[in-house]
Design a protein around this ligand. Structure first.
Ligand SMILES: [Zn+2]
Length: 114
């Protein structure tokens, strides 16, 4: 992504960081006048980072046995943030060497609008 140009000075802005609620987010700063700005892609990235930080306390869950399967329930806040509904599909990628499970929301469910 290219840097934006300062509207006052006309010079290319440089990468900087802004801290908001203890979350460090990327922004751009004019080296001449010190004006800071968030281009759209950085603003969206910052919002996602803040949203993730807000969701972190909900990440601890216990597994529940359902028949011969096991389930981990997702808190309402995560469902809302990820836009999950009954048609949403997930891809689960076990990473045994790291003792973790990666859960990916399918991208194709976004395009399916009834
Ligand atoms: Zn400037």
């Amino acid at each position: 992504m290219n840097n934006e140009f300062c509207v006052d000075c006309g010079i290319e802005m440089k990468k900087t960081y802004v801290t908001f609620n203890d979350v460090k987010v990327e922004a751009q700063r004019c080296g001449n006048c010190g004006k800071k700005m968030f281009p759209e892609h950085l603003a969206l990235k910052a919002l996602k980072k803040l949203e993730s930080t807000k969701l972190e306390p909900f990440y601890h869950r216990k597994a529940i046995k359902i028949g011969s399967s096991w389930a981990i329930t997702l808190p309402a806040e995560i469902i809302k943030s990820f836009g999950v509904d009954s048609k949403t599909k997930f891809k689960i990628k076990p990473k045994l060497h790291k003792n973790m499970l990666e859960v990916h929301k399918h991208k194709d469910d976004v395009a399916k609008i009834d």
